[in-house]
Ligand binder design. Structure first.
Ligand code: PLP
Length: 386
């Protein structure tokens, strides 16, 4: 079956009693047992809910894993998966990381005795250098946010496996439509399903998928024990969003390609970041993924351009998320990456002139028109002053 078909069919033929094509929302938190020592498979909704199960089985299949777990947010998914580690454990983490993940690691989990080293996974030797006798896991985002640097998943997951570390990959940017990390050697995949999987900026959700039984049982116990699970209504909304993922990802990517070409030749833009632009990243991306996605960043020439540019946007929203049908633009240094200390931020390249765009599925000419007028206005602002 083609992947486009797989996504559309989520939840179909799962309610034979009624033949419902859209799987129903089960609000019941409790399920009656047919007899002593018997169960329908459901007993209490934190452990298992029928609507959530349809979603969980779908994401497990789409990521080519053995079990899926739906959580109340992407952060809840990361927190739940981090329950695989214990006091004293050390993890090696992508340097260029989602700000909220950095905050969870440094402000919360560090108090529970976990420690983290942030490395540039483009250099596999840096991973070996960061390893200690207490290293138990690696946490990867690829392409990185916001600089779109690509990590060679096979290579890094192989190092993890060789050392007996658990490898976790945050696959939010690519989705399993473009990239399936478990097939490349990862142990656990995590999503902020709030982004592309949901796709409509209207549901907060997270997902975990494990690649083998042993880890699946551990995560099932953590999921139930911690209890940060996704409610039935939100599970249903997420299923509905996922049915159109294939169409949306193709359009996000097509529009992003057009905008990259436009921005590259604009005199107000110094540099554009997209996984296909750096030859080294492109080579890896072409092997491990089937697309480049809908996220891009760019650096404007002067810091004074940023504010007039943002306030001149008319169609594109200045807002702090990604992956939805509407185009959004953020200023990472003051928004998504504000939690990351300035020194690390600058070392990574997230400077004050960097802007990140989540390209929506509008007509690309309308998006380019909006970028053009806002860039022209911000440029004339500095020349007038200058
Ligand atoms: C948004 C995001 C998260 C956090 O997910 P929430 O659903 O907002 O809790 C984690 N990782 C990445 C890459 C994200 O973009």
């Amino acid at each position: 079956m083609h992947k486009q078909t797989e996504w559309v069919q989520i939840g179909k033929n799962r309610d034979p009693e009624t033949g419902a094509v859209s799987f129903p929302v089960y609000h019941s938190t409790v399920y009656q047992h047919p007899g002593a020592g018997e169960s329908t498979g459901f007993d209490y909704a934190r452990t298992k809910n029928p609507t959530r199960s349809v979603l969980e089985e779908a994401i497990a299949r789409l990521e080519r894993g053995v079990a899926g777990f739906a959580c109340s947010s992407g952060m809840a998914a990361i927190q739940t998966a981090m329950g695989l580690f214990s006091q004293g454990d050390h993890l090696i983490v992508s340097l260029d990381l989602y700000g909220g993940t950095y905050r969870l690691f440094e402000e919360v989990l560090s108090r529970y005795g976990l420690s983290f080293s942030y490395v540039d996974f483009q250099d596999p030797k840096a991973v070996e250098r960061a390893a200690t006798s207490r290293t138990k896991g690696i946490f990867i985002e690829t392409p990185t946010n916001p600089l779109m640097q690509v990590t060679d998943l096979s290579k890094i997951c192989h190092i993890a496996r060789k050392n007996g570390w658990i490898s976790l990959v945050d696959n939010t940017f690519m989705t399993p439509y473009f990239q399936q990390p478990l097939l490349l050697g990862a142990d656990v995949v995590i999503h902020s399903a709030t982004k592309y999987l949901g796709g409509h900026n209207d549901v907060l959700a997270g997902l975990i998928v494990t690649g083998e039984r042993d880890l699946a049982e551990k995560v099932a116990s953590l999921h139930n024990g911690i209890g940060a699970v996704l409610g039935p209504q939100d599970s249903w909304l997420l299923i509905r969003g996922m049915k159109t993922l294939a169409l949306r990802m193709e359009k996000h990517q097509e529009n992003a390609g057009r905008i990259v070409q436009y921005l590259k030749q604009h005199p107000g833009v110094e540099e554009v970041f997209y996984p296909s632009l750096l030859p080294q990243s492109r080579k890896i991306q072409d092997v491990q993924a089937s697309g480049y996605g809908g996220m891009l960043s760019f650096r404007v020439k002067k810091a004074e351009m940023v504010n007039p540019f943002l306030s001149s946007l008319q169609l594109i929203s200045y807002a702090e998320s990604l992956g939805g049908v509407e185009s959004l633009l953020t200023h990472p240094a003051t928004q998504t990456h504000a939690e990351i200390p300035e020194e690390i931020r600058k070392r990574v390249g997230v400077c004050d002139r960097l802007l990140r765009m989540s390209v929506g599925i509008e007509h690309p000419e309308d998006l380019i028109h909006d970028l053009a007028q806002a860039l022209d206005r911000s440029l004339s602002n500095i020349t007038r002053r200058g």
